[in-house]
Write a protein that binds this ligand. Structure first.
Ligand code: PXP
Length: 248
């Protein structure tokens, strides 16, 4: 069975479109509320919730994470960058796991994987700090052998393979097949290094059928497509439909 992690960042994107620069959510009074939608996603079958607190706070606010944690039913996977401020924040929030991601202020979303090789020493210190607190880490990386080997070397138990290139191959079956085989190679190497391999980015109701071919994947983290569908059909339908597609 493939687990489904639901990323609720884009609930906050919609809210912040109106309340840009406002960190106070007034206890969830300001709609839409990522914490209550996370609880609803859990009731509809999500195995875990992901939130990304960005350095620029463009979507999820710290208060969203704190409120979600008060009534969490599954587990929180918190995405943060490697910066000292964000690592300290993540340690204080005590999530169930942390996914380390690259951040670039100009990007629309997380556009490429983390360069673990180029940040080896620092990434190792960060992984160690989380491990000391009993928080497993995952590296959000492209499926390259050097990045996988570096992730294992610094003691990260998990990786999340970036499926964005596969998703961008929509309408081009040859490109999609090529990207899937790169992911499959990454999967095999990751598993042989003893890593738990998750995957995510750009997975939607159309390409999930192809993404499922990534055998050995533990969990898909899916955000934009589920939150977008929820506008039309409601979140419970959006989550349960994705859940059925994942494991049909
Ligand atoms: N995994 C990671 C590490 C991400 O940064 C994101 C995007 O925030 C996702 C998964 C989910 O991507 P999408 O919103 O395209 O489903």
């Amino acid at each position: 069975m493939i687990l489904l992690g639901v990323n609720v960042d884009h609930v906050a994107t919609l809210r912040q479109a109106r309340y840009r620069g406002e960190p106070n959510t007034f206890g969830g009074f300001v709609e839409p509320d990522p914490a209550s939608m996370a609880w609803q996603a859990e009731d509809a079958g999500a195995d875990g919730i992901t939130m990304h607190v960005r350095e620029d706070r463009r979507h999820v606010q710290v208060e969203d994470v704190q409120r979600y944690l008060e009534r969490k039913k599954t587990r929180l996977n918190l995405e943060v960058s490697l910066s000292a401020e964000m690592v300290e924040l993540a340690l204080s929030l005590k999530p169930d796991s942390v996914c380390l991601v690259p951040e670039n202020r100009m990007e629309v979303t997380t556009e490429g994987g983390l360069d673990v090789v180029g940040n080896l020493g620092h990434a190792q210190e960060v992984v160690h700090a989380f491990t000391q607190q009993g928080i497993p880490t995952s590296m959000f990386i492209d499926p390259y052998s050097d990045q996988l080997e570096a992730s294992a070397k610094i003691g990260s138990p998990w990786v999340e393979l970036h499926t964005g290139s596969f998703a961008r191959g929509w309408g081009d079956p040859i490109k999609q097949k090529e990207e899937l085989s790169k992911l499959m190679e990454g999967m095999k190497l990751g598993r042989s290094l003893g890593l738990q391999v998750n995957a995510g980015h750009g997975i939607n109701y159309q390409n999930v059928e192809g993404a499922k071919k990534l055998s050995g994947v533990t969990e898909f983290n899916i955000g934009h497509s589920i939150i977008s569908r929820s506008l039309q059909y409601g979140l419970s339908e959006a989550v349960s439909t994705m859940r059925k597609l994942l494991n049909s």
